[in-house]
Write a protein that binds this ligand. Structure first.
Ligand code: DP6
Length: 361
């Protein structure tokens, strides 16, 4: 499969106007994507849990225009016009135009809303770009005479979402999604995410993710800048190699349900991501004192109770607590008794592993 496969044959149908709505989830990486090449090609493979509660719902309303020499669209977030989102979407449209040659034929109204709180510090680019990519795929389906299989639909949606934001390609389909070529996953690709194809032990069923909102502020480092820091990074090659090894190890762990081994990989990946940022030039520390307080509390809790609770981090200060569903009650008690004090305004979000995106209308 190459990018050329996603260039459609000339469209045979015409449509005037209409609308379509998709909802797509956020995801949390276990093996992190950090570093990319030209055209949003990842420097290493990654894998994530799809979340179920943190979603973006997007309605795309389209109307045919008379001229087709520019992109024309308006964006709304929770009913309010957001011109600040336009440059990112314009860049996205430019990148995907060759694969979606109808984009300049329509005026689009893009209405989007997140189910997670606005300015919670939770990135909405993964869920937002995947929801928009799915809406556009629906439009392509209406314009094409040829049957678009569900498989192609999902693959191309993921391919397009990747061009909007890399991690977005892991928010289309499946509970566990791998992205980036990996030796042990023959269907894996740098171009799109694939549903994890192997056995997953019941220990991971309904796995919980509680997101502790340590810092709801703007990102200190945009992800594009962050990925750029891996160019000429002194430890880059070793890190990329390690991501391959960690993904191989996870395949065995998912099969056997070995949660001790799972914890080691997941926490090490989170700390490595931050270690890469601390050792790049320029260097950054994106954890906050409260992030470290939480990590230390988790380690103490785990050693005194034998719990299988662990943490992961994205490129920010918030902490994702991952744990088996059978520990839900105890862990929520632990959070309320010992961790809420480290959250901004005491806020946290309870979520769990989900199935992927779905069409609403
Ligand atoms: C730390 O997908 O936000 O969350 O491709 O530049 O949009 P762009 O980057 P983005 O990077 C996410 C990085 C991460 C790790 C991960 O989700 O794998």
């Amino acid at each position: 499969m190459t990018a050329q496969n996603f260039i459609p044959k000339p469209y045979t149908k015409t449509i005037e106007n209409g609308s379509v709505t998709w909802q797509a989830p956020s995801n949390i990486a276990l093996v992190k994507y950090w570093g990319k090449k030209e055209n949003q090609i990842p420097a290493n493979p990654s894998i994530s849990f799809t979340l179920s509660g943190c979603n973006t719902k997007t309605t795309l309303t389209y109307s045919k225009k008379d001229t087709n020499n520019t992109f024309s669209f308006d964006v709304y977030l929770s009913g309010e016009k957001q011109d600040s989102f336009k440059p990112k979407i314009e860049t996205f449209f430019k990148r995907i135009e060759i694969y979606m040659p109808f984009l300049k034929d329509f005026h689009f109204k893009i209405e989007t809303e997140n189910t997670f709180p606005h300015s919670s510090g939770i990135a909405s680019s993964a869920s937002g770009m995947s929801a928009l990519a799915l809406c556009l795929m629906d439009l392509e389906r209406l314009l094409s005479d040829a049957e678009i299989s569900n498989n192609y639909f999902g693959q191309k949606a993921s391919f397009l979402a990747r061009l909007g934001s890399g991690s977005a390609c892991r928010s289309i389909e499946g509970s566990l999604v791998a992205w980036g070529e990996h030796h042990d996953i023959s269907e894996s690709s740098n171009l799109f995410g694939v549903k994890y194809p192997f056995e997953v032990h019941d220990n991971f069923k309904d796995y919980q993710d509680t997101i502790l909102l340590v810092d709801k502020g703007e990102k200190q480092v945009s992800s594009s800048v962050g990925h750029g820091l891996m160019h000429n990074h002194p430890f880059a090659e070793q890190r990329f190699k390690q991501a391959h090894q960690n993904l191989s190890a996870l395949i065995t762990i998912f099969k056997t349900g070995n949660l001790e081994a799972f914890i080691k990989i997941v926490e090490s990946e989170a700390l490595t991501l931050h270690a890469m940022m601390m050792t790049s030039m320029p260097y950054f520390i994106l954890m906050k004192p409260n992030t470290l307080e939480i990590i230390n509390k988790i380690w103490t809790y785990r050693s005194s109770t034998g719990s299988k609770l662990c943490f992961t981090l994205d490129a920010g200060a918030n902490v994702h607590l991952l744990y088996p569903v059978n520990e839900k009650q105890e862990v929520l008690e632990f959070i309320n008794n010992e961790l809420v004090v480290y959250c901004q305004n005491g806020h946290y979000i309870c979520d769990q592993i989900g199935l992927g995106a779905n069409k609403i209308d």
